[in-house]
Design a protein around this ligand. Structure first.
Ligand SMILES: [Zn+2]
Length: 329
């Protein structure tokens, strides 16, 4: 049985067992068995095709996330690495933060300082999918989001650039956020099942909006986080059900753009607002993430998994986190 199948097996096993200590034990056991480690492949084994799925969930506080039953995220953590101490942008709002997550640079470079998007410099500092299209146009890139400014900006270049192969923009305000997330995931699942995407970004907006509407981090917010976890599960199952999975090396990244205060608001520089998380999962993921992490690390990690060492000219501010080192690399 290949490493990939064990990945699924391990994820399923982890899904049945919640406690973190047990999950850690499972990870250690499977690593001891030589599972899925790129360095353990013999020289004659054909290289598997690296693929990335980045799932971004808006406004999820890691300390609340830890209190909600999230079996699908737990399974991903068990098959990889997780940190609950990722620093986001100042201010801690979606415009700058999503821009920094996808471009790998801080707001002083991409120029988005609020949710107004008055003067983005995405031409100079594009999202990582656009970088991929520039250097490896043969790769298939996919972006799905229900917060429209990520996808469309009144005729100007939006965060997700024009060269992305497959794009689906939904309006969460119009559809309702839970429904919009569901439809966005439907679309992404159809791509993962029926097409051959190499790098995919899926945005889920419901938790942030649910907390804003409730004006708290209570029941409504927690329910929305649980629903987002279920959507994550649908995406993971679509990946794990691919007929070509055995010849692929999937890295699943999950992160958030900012935290929030107990009243549901955010934008300030308190630890509750500034702290998010990064989850790195799959056969090429390490079991720990070393050192402090920042939201700009997400894009660089995705690029690194796809074999791209960003040229200095790109001016990226992040570093690759949570990946095993390849032999000699
Ligand atoms: Zn918000």
């Amino acid at each position: 049985m290949s490493g990939q199948s064990k990945w699924s097996e391990k994820a399923n096993a982890a899904q049945r067992a919640r406690p973190g200590a047990l999950l850690k034990g499972l990870v250690g056991l499977v690593i001891a068995l030589g599972f899925g480690c790129g360095t353990s492949q013999s020289d004659s084994a054909p290289a598997r095709r690296a693929k990335v799925l980045l799932i971004g969930i808006d406004g999820v506080r890691p300390d609340v996330l830890a209190e909600v039953q999230t079996p699908n995220l737990d399974a991903l953590i068990a098959a990889g690495a997780y940190t609950a101490g990722t620093t986001t942008t100042t201010p801690s709002v979606s415009g700058p933060a999503w821009s920094s997550m996808l471009t790998g640079v801080w707001p002083e470079k991409h120029g988005v300082l609020s949710n107004d998007f008055t003067a983005p410099r995405y031409d100079e500092y594009p999202d990582f999918l656009s970088h991929l299209e520039d250097v490896r146009s043969e790769l298939t890139t996919v972006a799905v989001a229900d917060w429209l400014p990520i996808m469309e900006l009144d005729g100007r270049r939006a965060l997700v650039g024009p060269s992305i192969d497959v794009r689906e923009a939904l309006d969460g305000y119009e559809l309702g956020w839970a429904e919009a997330d569901r439809r966005g995931v439907d679309f992404a699942v159809s791509q993962l099942q029926g097409a051959d995407p190499d790098a995919t970004f899926v945005y889920l907006g419901n938790p942030d909006e649910a907390s804003h509407e409730a004006g708290s981090i209570g029941e409504e917010y927690r329910e929305a986080i649980a629903m987002a976890d279920a959507e994550v599960g649908r995406l993971v199952r679509a990946v794990q059900g691919r007929g070509t999975l055995e010849s692929e090396d999937w890295l699943i990244l999950v992160s958030t753009d900012h935290g929030r205060r107990a009243d549901g608001g955010h934008g300030g520089d308190s630890p509750e607002e500034m702290t998010g998380f990064i989850l790195v999962s799959g056969p090429s993921a390490d079991d720990v993430i070393e050192g402090p992490t920042y939201i700009v690390d997400v894009a660089v990690t995705a690029l690194a998994h796809l074999g791209i060492d960003p040229p200095a000219a790109w001016g990226l501010d992040g570093r690759a986190v949570g990946l095993r080192r390849s032999p000699g690399g």
